[in-house]
Design a protein around this ligand. Structure first.
Ligand code: SF4
Length: 199
């Protein structure tokens, strides 16, 4: 397992190379809008904790992402607490684990204005295919791969679609998944495996 620490400065590079679709979507939207709604912040924040972003770096990361759209005062008063809370440093001091695919697929269903959730389950087919093609340029629009991914989505086999995207974007043979046929069941597993493969 790759638990090498991630700094705020490294997140962008790790995101481009090693984030699964759900987290790429959240991260790209955060970058574009300097904003994420509550459940999106939670989903991405716990994921980042899981990939090894320590609390002090998380504070640096979120402060940078909000940029000038938010005053230091507002950030310190309203957002820092929530970040610390996610790391078990406030309130009941629960160290919340990153969300699994199952939780992301079934809990807190996103509304139309939301960015959290799983793209395979929560995007329309048109949005999903254009998102995948623009996010993972190695995916081939004209090959059968995209059609296969979209067919699995139609049959509600979201894990299969996600696993196939992992294989295709990492040069892994079909059926090998994350290794020995393991399919994607946790966004953090995608990233761990992807970082391992780079070594
Ligand atoms: Fe994220 Fe899991 Fe959906 Fe893949 S299947 S995009 S890892 S929630």
């Amino acid at each position: 397992e790759n638990n090498a620490a991630v700094t705020a400065e490294m997140v962008d590079d790790v995101a481009r190379k090693h984030f699964p679709p759900c987290m790429r979507n959240l991260y790209d939207r955060l970058k574009r809008d300097s904003h994420l709604k509550h459940f999106g912040r939670l989903q991405l924040g716990l994921f980042l904790k899981g990939i090894g972003l320590p609390l002090d770096e998380a504070i640096v990361f979120w402060r940078k992402m909000y940029g000038s759209t938010m005053s230091d005062d507002k950030f310190n008063k309203e957002y820092k607490y929530n970040i610390r809370h996610g790391y078990g440093q406030e309130g009941k001091r629960t160290n919340y684990p990153p969300r699994s695919c199952q939780q992301i697929l079934t809990q807190n269903q996103p509304g139309t204005q939301d960015t959290h959730g799983c793209p395979f389950r929560h995007f329309s087919p048109e949005t999903l295919s254009s998102f995948l093609l623009s996010t993972y340029p190695t995916l081939d629009r004209s090959s059968n791969d995209l059609k296969e991914i979209m067919d699995s989505v139609k049959n509600s086999h979201y894990h299969l679609s996600c696993t196939r995207v992992f294989e295709l974007t990492h040069g892994i043979k079909k059926g090998e998944g994350l290794g020995s046929g393991e399919s994607v069941t946790h966004p953090n597993k995608w990233t761990e495996r992807s970082r391992d493969l780079e070594k």
